[in-house]
Ligand binder design. Sequence first.
Ligand code: 4AD
Ligand code: MG
Length: 434
Amino acid sequence: MAEWVPIAEVAQHEGEEVTVKGWLYHRTDKGKLKFLMIRDGTGLIQGVMFKKNVPEAAWEAADHLTQESSIIVTGRVRADQRAPGGYELDVSDLEVVHRAELDYPIQPKEHGVGFLLQHRHLWIRSPRQAAILRIRATVKRAICDWLDSHGFVNVDTPILTPAAVEGTTTLFEVDYFGEPAYLTQSGQLYNEATIFALGKVYCFGPTFRAEKSKTRRHLTEFWMVEPEMAYATLEDVMEVTEQMVSHVVRVVLERHRHDLEARLKRNVSRLERVEPPFPRISYDEAVALLHRKGFEDFPWGEDFGAPHETAISEEFEKPVFVYHYPTQCKAFYMEEVPGRPEVCRSVDLLAPEGYGEIVGGGQRAFSLELLERRLEEHNLPREAYEWYLDLRRYGSVPHAGFGLGLERTIAWICGLDHVRETIAFPRMLERMYP
Ligand code: 4AD
Ligand code: MG
């Protein structure tokens, strides 16, 4: 029996007979020759089948073989300049594990996105979608590697929670034995507790927002990594963010250049410039910039929308930090800027090329008094936050952190039009299936 090898590794077996196990992606017949395009999740390879080189049964089985049939193919690895991965298989045997039904819904033609999303369980088999999912796995790993090697302890925060973090309008309520509970919008408040035990922490998991907006960057279930640091300021947040984001981009460029360029048609030159330091501008400066760029009517005090973020980020080659937003457009927990309570110690990181905000963070309110006042101003039920107020009663410290949205970061790195392609099974306003 020939050795079973992943398609991605056939290059190491040139001249040898190997077996690949996968699915038929495409087939063309030319008389006594058949070309089988086989994919196995690690790559694509063409098997060249000559009638005289294979058993009669194998030739017949290949005759009407349908797309997505599961097959085991044995053959000799031959280098071929013209082949997609540089190698082909001279097929010596073929076993059909399961003959796929004739009507595989996804054909090599243009389908509408509604149709593709309805068949997401099959769509993910396409090489482009598989490439994105591979890159997603690398991005997650690179984030954890960076944080783990810089002293951050990974602490899991709850998904069922008693209170809002990012405003009450996007809460998903669930029935918790007769009492209301909410799916977490962010693990931040719990991180703010665990830093008192561990110094620097992060959580990384799914978060939920009942976003009623249908945009290309909103999901109702998305993944967020949230680092939090004791004895830290807004400036520390910016430094950690630019280091971590640059590391992630570097690792993806190292490991996925082919996926990016060949499968996703990503122009990587913009990504290659992503190195610290990132430019930093204040909200005030950003507003002045908008006024100069045709948004004369943008009122100071409002949060930026997608077109504003695009206009701001266009001015910079790299991701840009915007800091000190108006207090009124940020969450209740933000620290005030001393002497200027109308602005807060917040920061967003805007990705280039129109991708907008990928990180939100800041320095947290230090004092019990400020937090109590803010809970009231935001009409939040104090009982649900008593535990959080304890953190300001027993050894409060300046502390800061941020959340990076995984899907938006991947959409930017991969150069995608919409975050829905960055997660295997997206959840959006009008999509819960499959
Ligand atoms: O700016 P946000 O709301 O910040 C927080 O949740 C803070 N509690 C994080 C922290 O400081 N620990 O969200 C952070 C990031 C955004 O910058 C964005 O990348 C992503 O999460 N995000 C979404 N991604 C996809 N779909 C949505 N509906 C998102 N909402 C936020
Ligand atoms: Mg935000």
